[in-house]
Design a protein around this ligand. Structure first.
Ligand SMILES: C[C@@]1(CC(=O)O)c2cc3[nH]c(cc4nc(cc5[nH]c(cc(n2)[C@H]1CCC(=O)O)[C@@](C)(CC(=O)O)[C@@H]5CCC(=O)O)C(CC(=O)O)=C4CCC(=O)O)c(CCC(=O)O)c3CC(=O)O
Ligand SMILES: NC(=O)C1=CN([C@@H]2O[C@H](COP(=O)(O)OP(=O)(O)OC[C@H]3O[C@@H](n4cnc5c(N)ncnc54)[C@H](O)[C@@H]3O)[C@@H](O)[C@H]2O)C=CC1
Length: 191
């Protein structure tokens, strides 16, 4: 269980510290490789200090609730696994393509449904949508640098979000952006 939570946290670029006397081989390997820190001991009151977020995932619900209590006192967000009343937030099911993330939550009503919808969306979403988003993001940065902030620019960005973008100079989306910039010059900067 904790293993899956570690994967989710690492996917979000978190710096992860595990406190547990024993760990599964994969978790021990991640610690040996320096991907996470592992303090090989039981949780002790006072362990939660500068953390932003805590997952209480021991196999002892009493310990998990004690962790939740300390986290609450210290204003640290906590998720006690399999104990929804002792969660400040729930882990969602996530579909990822590069910078695109689609998170599905049923607010605890049916994790199985969240998982099924993730699989359905994953099967429908093109594999290269993350690469396309990277190109679109680069083009948007170019547009926001050369176009004044107005309704026309907003229209253009909506148009570009519906088109394929490529790196070539002759790419229709790039040509559209350039044509638009010529018609909407930035106001002269006063020196
Ligand atoms: C409240 C929440 C707290 C939290 O963990 O944050 C929670 C709680 C509980 N889960 C339970 C069971 C299952 N959980 C899964 C799977 C996932 N559970 C996840 C999240 C959440 N689970 C949060 C709500 C999220 C939401 O509702 O949207 C996902 C989405 C994300 C993740 O875990 O990272 C991940 C799918 C990842 C993916 O594949 O995409 C499966 C499916 C399976 O394993 O095959 C089952 C069996 C089927 C079923 O029960 O539906 C039980 C009963 C335990 C028991 O019976 O003892 C409880 C406790 C209770 O409900 O009381
Ligand atoms: N919803 C789901 O689909 C699932 C839920 N679970 C639940 O998640 C919890 C954990 O399950 P697993 O990760 O499979 O068990 P696990 O046995 O792999 O992990 C439990 C960990 O807790 C540590 N631990 C025990 N007491 C501790 C303490 N006082 N301080 C610090 N660490 C302590 C152990 O050393 C071990 O590393 C259980 O409550 C289980 O019911 C587990 C699997 C699936």
């Amino acid at each position: 269980m904790a293993e899956a939570k570690i994967d989710s946290l690492l996917a979000a670029h978190a710096k992860v510290t595990v406190i547990a006397p024993k760990a599964r081989p994969r978790v021990a390997d991640m610690a040996a490789a320096g991907e996470i820190e592992w303090l090989k001991r039981e949780y002790a009151a006072g362990d939660l200090t500068a953390q932003f977020l805590v997952v209480a995932a021991t196999d002892n619900p009493v310990v998990n609730r004690a962790i939740f209590k300390e986290a609450t006192e210290k204003n640290i967000l906590c998720n006690a696994v399999d104990d929804p009343p002792f969660c400040d937030f729930y882990f969602p099911s996530v579909v990822r393509r590069g910078d695109l993330q689609i998170a599905i939550s049923t607010a605890g009503a049916s994790p199985a449904l969240a998982q099924r919808l993730r699989k359905e969306i994953n099967a429908q979403l093109p594999l290269d949508v993350g690469d396309w988003l990277t190109d679109l993001g680069n083009l948007r940065r170019e547009v926001t640098q050369i176009e004044p902030l107005n309704e026309e620019r907003k229209w253009l960005l909506h148009q570009l979000a519906q088109r394929e973008v490529c790196g070539y100079e002759s790419c229709p989306s790039r040509l559209l952006a350039r044509e638009h910039a010529l018609k909407n010059p930035l106001p002269e900067k006063k020196s």
